[in-house]
Write a protein of this length. Structure first.
Length: 328
């Protein structure tokens, strides 16, 4: 006891003992009571099987959206294990087509190496942007992978059609909460999505009063295509509103950048309704005797890789249609 009291009077002994006890308690707390949980790890830090899954999702994403910038960013995120992982996928492609793997490889192997990028002097500036792109890409790939797995499961294991993929995409989009932004809630609120390959796209919705009375209909359909061959390349859509108390259906035309700037196309489509340039966030309002519709472009992307003018046809577009009684 006297020995303990003697050592307790020495500050250096007390300090060392306190340090040892603190380390032990910290280890117990950090590893047993409240262990660290790693989240948002980089692809290069994942297990080999998860790295392979990451690269498979990247291949699926490039096959669907044909975005070389995203593909190359995903490839860089997996370095230095990217080449080895790709070879493993090529040896065991599973459900992925050899052509999709080859298309992805052709894009990523053409990307500049980190040494080349550093020689260009832009790596330091681009690094924060690339990190942001990778984070956004990871979220997007997760969504794409989820939709792909869900669509394949719902279609009995066969690849989902463009119309089925569009339906799943619409279900995943969050509708505008008008009450939360201080506006009156609409009596009808619908989401519709077109994807390249859905040549028969023509979505319509019944508009009913809160008591169930039929008031009219609204919808979106293909208005104009461009080029030849299949699938059809859609360059404009018709947004329409039918009111049972009105004598005519009101229509406006959402157009691609190319179609909107082409005087001949714009004048020809103006006969169907007022031409409007489609851009993310664009809102189109249609009013009849007793109804008012607001169509909002939630998301869209142009098709690429075709021998057609840039921004001339849609790869996909999602529209939200909200209907209120017209102000009398």
């Amino acid at each position: 006891m006297d020995t303990i009291r003697e050592y307790s009077n020495k500050p250096i002994v007390v300090g060392v003992a306190g340090l040892i006890v603190g380390v032990i308690l910290g280890v117990i707390y950090g590893w047993v009571i409240n262990p660290v949980e790693w989240t948002n790890a980089a692809a290069r830090d994942l297990r080999p099987d998860l790295q392979e899954e990451w690269l498979r999702m990247s291949i699926d994403s490039y096959e669907l959206y044909r975005d070389p910038v995203q593909a190359q960013a995903n490839w860089a995120e997996l370095q230095p294990a990217a080449d080895e992982t790709l070879e493993a996928i090529k040896l065991n492609p599973g459900s992925q087509s050899p052509q999709a793997i080859a298309d992805f490889e052709a894009v990523v192997v053409a990307a500049p190496t980190p040494e080349e990028a550093e020689e260009g002097g832009g790596l330091g500036t681009l690094l924060p942007i690339m990190c942001l792109v990778v984070v956004l890409l990871a979220a997007a790939l997760g969504g794409v992978y989820y939709l792909r797995q869900r669509s394949v499961s719902a279609s009995g294991g066969r690849p989902a059609t463009a119309a089925e993929q569009a339906q799943y995409a619409s279900q995943e989009v969050e509708r505008t909460d008008y009450a939360a932004i201080g506006e009156e809630a609409p009596i009808g609120q619908f989401m519709t999505t077109y994807m390249l390959g859905d040549d028969l796209f023509d979505d319509s919705f019944s508009i009913d009063s809160p008591s169930g009375e039929f008031l009219g209909e609204c919808g979106v359909g293909i208005s104009e295509t461009i080029g030849v061959g299949d699938p059809k390349r859609v360059t404009a859509f018709e947004v329409w509103l039918f009111d049972k108390n009105d004598i005519q259906t009101v229509t406006k035309v959402l157009m691609s950048q190319h179609a909107y700037l082409d005087e001949d196309i714009r004048q020809r489509l103006a006969a169907k309704g007022e031409p409007v340039l489609a851009e993310p966030g664009t809102q189109v309002e249609l009013t009849t005797a007793t109804l008012r519709l607001v169509a909002r472009v939630v998301d869209m992307a142009y098709g690429e890789g075709d021998p057609l003018p840039d921004e001339s046809h849609f790869e996909r577009i999602t529209l939200e249609l909200a209907v209120w009684p017209a102000e009398m």
